[in-house]
Structures are given as C-alpha cells and as structure tokens.
Design a protein around this ligand. Sequence first.
Ligand code: FES
Length: 319
Amino acid sequence: MAMFKVRVAEILEETSNIKSFRLSRLDGAPFDPYPAGAHIDIVGPTSMVRQYSLCSPPDELDAYVVAVKLEPESRGGSAALHAHVEVGQELEISAPRNLLLIEKGADRHILVAAGIGVTPMISIAYQLHRTGENFEFHYFARSRDEAAFCNLLETRSGFSERVFFHFGRPREEQSDVLERIFSSLSEASHVYTCGPQGFMQVVLERASAVIPHDNVHVEYFQASEPQQAEDDTAFEVELENEIYWVPIGKSIVETLAENGIEVDTSCKEGICGTCIMGVVRGEPDHRDQCMSSSEKQANDQIAACVSRSKSPRLALEFL
Ligand code: FES
C-alpha cells in the first residue's frame, strides 16, 4: 500500500487519555477528498501500523484529524503516539479507505457511538449535516470527562439539536435506551455504529430487531477472537493460472507472499478491508468483520488475510 509523509500540525488533549492529532501535507497543499467515515493507516514511532478514523469535516481538506485513545494494554501503537509524537514531527500515513459508507436514499440515519468510536461518526455527521439529511447522533460514554469532542458536538451549528449524550449508563440500561431510539425507525432507516465489541453487538441486535440486518453498518476497531485452528482445512488457491496450496495455519496472504505475490494488507485481522480479493470460483469461508452479510452471501469477494475456503479450490483475482 502506498504511504506518504505528513507533518503533525497540532496535538490537543481531548480527554485525560485521548489526544487528537492534526496532520497536514508537507507541501501545504490540500489532501484529496475522501468519503465520510474513512480511516487511515498511521505508522507510529515504533513502526507499528494502526488504523485511525478521520474525524475532521470531509470537505475541509487542509488537514486530516485523528483521535487516539491511550489503550492500557498498548504494545506500542497508541502509547507511542501519545508519548513520542510532537508538533512538527513527520509521520507516514496511507490514503483514506472507507468501509462505513453513508447509505444513499435512507429516510433517517442514526449514528450510535461509544467511547473512542465517536471518531468516524463525527465525520459522518459533518457530511449528513452538509447534505441536509435527517440524522440523530447518540453518544455513549462512562462520563462527560471521558467523552471526547463534547464541546464540538454541543456547539457546532446543526449538531446540537441532533446530538444526544448517554453518560454513565450500565450495559443493561444501554440496551433499553437503544430499543427506544430504534423503535421509530422504518425499513428505509440506517444505523451506523462504532465502539467496543460488546456495545456494538447490543446495537446490532437491537437495531436488527427493527430494520433489515444490512441496514446496520458496523465499524470495528478490534478483531474478535480468531476461529480455532481445528476448524481449518487446507485448500488450493488459483490465481493468474497458477495453483497454490494453502496449508492449515497459513493464510492466503501468507501463502501468496511465500510465492512472491504481494497482496496489500494493513490490519491483517479482517477488519480494514485492504486485502479484499475477487472470488471467481469456489465458496469462501468468510472470517472477516469488514464485509456486510449481503457481501458475504454474494461470495464474490474474500478478505484474504483471515478468510479461508469451504471448497477444495478457490479461484481468485486482484480487484
Ligand atoms: S488486511 Fe485488513 S482485512 Fe485483511
């Protein structure tokens, strides 16, 4: 994946453990436009690559803004960005990518964020406001002190009457609140969510009880536990008229790399969508969290870093 250098123009402490980083191009020119909800890869000071959602207005291209929460068990990603990155420093980033696209033609858009999951929802809210769409933004956090961007959400023109804070609600109460929020939705409404896994699971269950499952759009920050290796079987991959054997314990990406074929990757955990390849023949065993259920049912794409095959051979192509 092509990476390029940017300069850290500003760092703000949004909460005691969340910092925002404003990044600008080295030549001072504007960035290319990107769709709301997109994320970028950032190569941190320890060379670790992590994905962060853009939370600046998608039509203000003089800078990209990301917010980084200091994770207690960080192995060098967020901790290094918090501790070792200063204003003026250069960082390497990727171009924005997006799996959380705004659904055209929806009658309402309900944004539901928890914790640092607020970041992609902010750029989506900017876009929905700009285009005059009907939306609500529900933000769950342990407390106001732990919630980033509250002032922005309260004071930005067009946001204040659409933003609802839900502070200090235990998980059982969150479920009831979500049920009330979703009770008035129609089949044409769409829900977008980002936050901890358990929270998003509740959002998914509550929203899917009212609207079609595919109308619920989920942005994962973390991969769920990988499926156990005992479920794996070996299979063949056919690519550009060559056959490759994918053994148990190796991914398609790893197998192809061993044979000199590079597939673009980023997260390598099935959440970012960078490694998606086309499926020409065969039935994938989808194990990613980046494709929707209808995309998985279509069986014409595969996240090659984690997914495997149900059929003895998968014929793939680069997209
Ligand atoms: S590299 Fe991120 S989904 Fe495969």
